[in-house]
Design a binder for this molecule. Structure first.
Ligand SMILES: Nc1ncnc2c1ncn2[C@@H]1O[C@H](COP(=O)(O)OP(=O)(O)OP(=O)(O)O)[C@@H](O)[C@H]1O
Length: 704
């Protein structure tokens, strides 16, 4: 008997719902969940679109859900109150806290989204590429961190969990995340004893349980400064306990010679074991060496306020593409729900590719960023050596115009502009085109700058160049979202004005090209990338020639097709509609740079009166020998509470035997953690027990 063409619905096997088409989740009637960013100690973070904003498609934000099922109602009230206060704080170096609310068993926090990800990811990328950022870049980031910390300390808010994973990047500006959040989450309990994360940034006083104050935040900033320079932790050890001993009793680490000795001295001051002798953020900002750098950066930031507006147009245009891709995903989801059509394998593949591409774009963004900084570092080193040789030449006699000589050295160095990384955005088209695609071929190397950077009076005071790169290597690192902007023009006399007019020109042409319809957009988009330079077409353009209405069967070809197809599909909306404006009508990025410049000025105006230490009133100030036993007893109770009496006993015995059992062999931390898995699911839950053991050992040393 022939099989019916179509089986009755009741007999059809209901297809398993692909993950991609899970129902759209809306939180608090307002936040559309787009994807999970990750989970941390306190909960899970999601990228969401806030639909209650001026733009039709909402604004990207981050929603953190923290399960607080067993919180008492009065604890919740306190947390909500603290959260309200936090949402009033506004600083370009601090991730903006937008909103908080309770939803079912979750305490939800909504914050600004930082497209550059966290500093830990950036570090990993540097480590992978075996490089470190340029000293000027380190200085710039360090100052941004100090400004943010000073702002909060002035307002009596402590962070208490400063670490690379809590620092985010947006438009190459570092933003401290979760400021004050630990206090909301931990209530009035002592952070030091309940902290379950990494010990690398913890100060000696916290490890010794002597209380937390603003100087403990400063210690963490010192650890981050060291990591920025060396790409490794300031205090490392074979084991958790080893790290703790190093922090409390070890030598202060110093920076390699490639960093200015002034910075090394500053690091040593920050990593002073005694918090009373450690400088405050205000002390540091008023240190002459830092103040001088702030002067230079203030000018640069004000300058970047101009250039970022161009990048912002690109960024917003690209963000629009992401939105489009995501709405496409939703459309497909709707189709499924309404049973109007079944997804074809190609559609399914397309969604999968899209998601993979987003992940890859994020990774590439960080990789390109690191490469960009590496270029800056090399450029800076070359300049430094040229500067030195120009001094030597000057010392040796004529020609006496070292300034001119320095300027001409720069001009002769065949400076090239490189893609501005402010435009690196999570974007489907940023995915690599097969294996070659991380690199540009010789024809695709960035175009030479037609003019030149201003000549610099003093190397130390020169503005940090962000647009130029020396030399061309056989293969240049490629950044997918390579800006189509023409070269930015600068002259020594009117650099800023010319840059602005070039920027504005580009901005206008962007607006024009994006508001054109599909085909025109393709043309204007790719044309603008080549016409000004006369360079050959990019692979992206070539590949596009294969496009027709059918998605190619071959997966790799299909991948390329998707990238290109979605890249240039008509969005039907103009860029003007998509730009997200701040309350004063300015573009967001501009706000940050302008505001940073203002905060730099305030830092320069700081006085001795600002150099105060902020204490956390929830934690006792001193842990003298007299109260040590009580503290240890309390800690033991907390361990029991956290792990359960039985588990605590087993974990305590295991850790004590392993660490202090008389076996002098080096402890392998991984083995130790695996051993702990016999007793607990998450070995990091036992950190508190390690702390207890550490304190007991300290007490023994004290008594001896
Ligand atoms: N504002 C943000 N912008 C961009 N990404 C974010 C933001 N906040 C968090 N993330 C990302 O979300 C993920 C989870 O972050 P979350 O802060 O919940 O935990 P964590 O930082 O990994 O750990 P911890 O709980 O120790 O702070 C991380 O990958 C983080 O980079």
């Amino acid at each position: 008997m022939p099989l019916p063409k179509e089986m009755p619905r009741s007999l059809q096997k209901s297809p398993k719902k692909p993950k991609d088409q899970e129902e759209i989740r809306v939180v608090d009637n307002r936040y559309v969940v787009e994807k999970k960013l990750g989970s941390g100690n306190f909960g899970t973070a999601y990228l969401v679109r806030d639909m209650k904003t001026k733009t039709a498609d909402g604004e990207w934000k981050v929603l953190k859900e923290i399960s607080v099922g067993d919180l008492a109602p009065d604890e919740t009230v306190g947390a909500m109150h603290e959260a309200k206060l936090l949402s009033k704080l506004d600083h370009p170096g601090i991730v903006k806290f937008h909103d908080s609310f309770l939803e079912k068993e979750n305490f939800c926090i909504v914050t600004e989204f930082c497209e550059g990800g966290d500093l830990d990811n950036v570090f990993s990328e540097y480590r992978k590429q075996k490089t470190t950022p340029a000293p000027e870049q380190v200085m710039e980031w360090f100052i941004q961190l100090l400004l943010a910390v000073q702002h909060m300390h002035q307002r009596k808010v402590l962070h208490r969990d400063l670490k690379a994973r809590n620092i985010f990047m947006k438009n190459n500006v570092l933003k401290v995340g979760d400021f004050g959040i630990s206090r909301i989450l931990m209530g009035t309990s002592d952070m030091a004893t309940t902290f379950t994360g990494t010990p690398y940034y913890m100060s000696p006083e916290v490890l010794k349980h002597e209380g937390y104050n603003s100087k403990s935040d400063i210690w963490s900033i010192g650890c981050i400064l060291y990591e920025l320079c060396c790409m490794k932790h300031a205090f490392e050890g074979q084991s958790l306990m080893g790290v703790m001993y190093k922090i409390v009793e070890g030598k202060t680490p110093s920076l390699p010679d490639t960093y200015p000795k002034e910075l090394n001295e500053i690091l040593a001051r920050i990593l002073t074991k005694d918090p009373a002798k450690r400088p405050s953020a205000a002390d540091l900002l008023t240190t002459p060496y830092i103040a001088k750098k702030i002067e230079v950066l203030k000018i640069k930031m004000a300058d970047m306020k101009i250039t970022v507006s161009v990048n912002k147009v690109d960024a917003q245009a690209e963000a629009q593409d992401i939105k489009k891709a995501l709405s496409e995903k939703h459309k497909l989801g709707d189709m499924r729900r309404e049973q109007e059509a079944h997804l074809t394998p190609r559609e399914r593949m397309r969604i999968r590719k899209q998601q993979k591409a987003e992940e890859e774009a994020r990774r590439l963004k960080v990789a390109a960023f690191v490469q960009y900084n590496e270029n800056q570092r090399r450029q800076s080193e070359t300049r430094h050596s040229h500067f030195r040789s120009s001094i030597d030449v000057t010392k040796a006699g004529p020609p006496p115009q070292s300034q001119t000589a320095w300027g001409s050295v720069l001009h002769q160095q065949n400076l090239y502009n490189i893609p501005d990384l402010g435009v690196l955005h999570e974007h489907t088209r940023e995915q690599p085109l097969q294996n070659e695609s991380l690199y540009l071929t010789a024809e695709e190397t960035p175009r030479p700058i037609t003019s030149f950077e201003p000549s610099y009076r003093d190397f130390d005071e020169q503005p940090i160049p962000t647009l130029a790169k020396k030399g061309v290597e056989a293969k240049q690192p490629y950044q997918r979202s390579y800006s189509d902007d023409g070269p930015r023009l600068r002259s020594s006399s009117t650099g800023q004005l010319e840059e602005k007019s070039a920027a504005e020109k580009n901005k206008k042409s962007k607006l024009r090209s994006r508001s054109d319809s599909g085909d025109d957009k393709l043309r204007s988009s790719s044309d603008s990338g080549t016409s000004s330079s006369g360079a050959t077409d990019s692979p992206r353009r070539d590949m596009f020639e294969i496009a027709d209405d059918d998605i190619p069967e071959d997966p790799q070809m299909a991948e390329t097709f998707y990238t290109l197809h979605e890249d240039f599909e008509s969005s039907g909306s103009s860029v003007e509609e998509d730009l997200s404006y701040g309350s004063d009508g300015e573009l967001e990025g501009e706000d940050d740079f302008g505001a940073l410049a203002n905060y730099m000025q305030s830092a320069l105006d700081l006085t001795a009166a600002d150099n105060t230490t902020v204490s956390d009133d929830t934690v006792s100030d001193a842990f003298g020998p007299a109260v040590r036993d009580t503290k240890i007893r309390n800690m033991r109770t907390q361990c029991e509470k956290a792990l359960g009496k039985d588990t605590f006993k087993k974990v305590y015995r295991y850790l004590k035997d392993t660490r202090f059992g008389g076996n002098n062999e080096t402890i392998d931390e991984v083995d130790l953690m695996n051993g702990l898995r016999k007793y607990v699911t998450n070995p990091s839950d036992c950190f508190i027990v390690d702390q207890l053991l550490f304190l007991e050992e300290q007490a023994k040393i004290g008594q001896a």
